[in-house]
Write a protein that binds this ligand. Sequence first.
Ligand code: ADP
Ligand code: F6P
Length: 354
Amino acid sequence: MKKFRRIGVLTSGGDAPGMNAAIRAVTRTAISYGVEVMGIYRGYSGLIDGDISPLAIRDVSNILNHGGTILYSDRCPEFKTEEGMKKAVDTCRKFNIDGIIAIGGDGTFRGATDLTAHGVPCIGLPGTIDNDITSTDSTIGYDTAMNTVVELVDKLRDTCESHARCSVVEVMGRGAGDIALNTGIATGATAIAIPEFKFDEDELFKKIKHSKGLGKRNFIVIVSEGLGSDYAPGLTERIEKTTGVECRFARFGHVVRGGNPNLFDRVMASRMGEFAVKCLFKGESNLVICRRHGDIVSTDISYALILDRMYKGKLQDGDLDAFTPEQIDSMKAHVEEKKALMTSLYETADRLSL
Ligand code: ADP
Ligand code: F6P
């Protein structure tokens, strides 16, 4: 089995609360096995430029509780080119980096797969607030981000109640409605609009008029950014015009990506970081570490990426060719499980918002 002397850790794509907890876990686990750790700054950009420094045990002290990422993050188009990849591989050789733990989203995992194919074994940790990695029940940062949304919506509700208004709130999540759906339930939203389900505006207008007639003064509508940046502002105008309830629009944006990670994300990031290093040292690579039904497990990155496509209904010709019938069945079951969960949550939200 390959003997590791030194590994690298990087954070890439959109940052997420809990990335620091993962960096700490990776660093301390590797060092506990007698392996050195190099911090690679600015994601794949730092790998191309050689922006790399050692991480010792004390270098990762007091970061577990902080949002953002001490290694900084970047989106690096150059890494997708042969030239960029060659530079990254050369940097690994120059710094004697035998393997990399890459913390980020699906783009980061694609990069990790390419790097593994070029001889640098990589393992991915799902770090993104969006929860759009289907293979894991939760991504690092998702739970914290949702709690931030809830805190902010609770504040909006106070002022909506005072002024008898409706707030339409747009939340991040890229193409995934997970943040909007769960925070909509947690804040008692009157309606939740997400890309996964067709949204009936007329039903919403009726509901608002009806509840207003019964004395309800405050209304919250949560919209996922996946519906497009014009959708929520437009809906705000339509609600006011159709129902006569004064309506305000709020886009939470990046504020939801910052802040200290909560207990759930700290514990999950710590477990995932430790697990990833153990997998790497066992000789495994091209994996994404996932949380499934409470357990920390690993999934092949190629499997995870195709599973995402299947869930999003974006499979292309030939995508499933590399997988066995058993793997395809397991993907289908996973997709059904996630869809059933989303449907059940959507129905709960609808039933309780009167
Ligand atoms: P995320 O990891 O959050 O999905 P991005 O999609 O921006 O964020 O990806 C992060 C980085 O991963 C990109 O800037 C790029 O360096 C690398 N990357 C993304 N897609 C690919 C790809 N298809 N091949 C190789 N590297 C990629
Ligand atoms: O992937 C995390 C995320 O915050 C998405 O929710 C959002 O669509 C996107 O990143 C914003 O990207 P940027 O930080 O480049 O503005």
